[in-house]
Design a protein around this ligand. Structure first.
Ligand code: HEC
Length: 165
């Protein structure tokens, strides 16, 4: 009798196993039934006006920056003081405390920077300086990674005050 039951069960199980159309009972099917996302396909659309991390969020070159960017910060003592402190941290070592290009670095550093308080630089717009601080120049390092954009505008504001002295 037992043998008949076992054979009967095996027969039923093998029949069920053969039919591919029957979904088998799954234990914890969470991942098996997830939506199919093809490779390189995104499950979420980026929010409106989002900018990819690899994109330039500023104008493409220094001339664009000079045309398009304006210092958004109010001219006040708090911003000037912050700019002065940042200038001392990031710029003075090469440009000197007064921006005249008197380096505190030794001559081992390739070249002394120009006097950026002179007329040639006074006539440049704020966006020019902002871009230079963000991306650097030929010999000058970029500071976009170590300062946020408010700090860069504070430096620009302080540099303007040096130019007007
Ligand atoms: C390691 C030295 C160094 C540091 C630090 C440095 N600069 Fe310069 N900077 C230079 C040199 C050298 C030049 C000359 C232009 C070049 O890079 O060939 C220069 C040029 C510039 C110019 C003129 C760029 C042009 O296109 O004519 C500006 C503006 C300027 N620096 C601003 C800054 C500010 C603001 C800081 C601080 C955030 C700073 N620099 C930090 C070395 C430095």
């Amino acid at each position: 009798m037992n043998k008949i039951i076992i054979i009967g069960c095996l027969a039923v199980m093998s029949l069920v196993g053969c039919d591919k159309r029957i979904t088998k009972l799954q234990y914890a099917p969470d991942m098996a039934d997830s939506a199919t996302i093809k490779s390189q396909e995104s499950i979420l659309l980026p929010p409106e006006n989002a900018i990819a991390m690899s994109q330039h969020i500023y104008p493409q070159d220094v001339l664009d920056a000079e045309k398009a960017l304006k210092n958004p910060l109010e001219l006040n003592t708090r911003n000037l003081q912050a700019g002065k402190k940042l200038w001392g941290i990031y710029c003075a070592v090469c440009h000197g405390q007064q921006g005249k290009g008197k380096m505190t670095l030794t001559s081992a550093y390739a070249a002394a920077p120009p006097d950026i308080t002179g007329d040639a630089y006074k006539s440049r717009k704020d966006g020019f300086f902002f871009y230079r601080i963000t991306y650097g120049a030929a010999l000058m390092p970029a500071y976009g990674h170590s300062t946020d954009h408010f700090e860069r505008w504070q430096i620009v504001q302080y540099l303007r005050s040096l130019q007007n002295q």
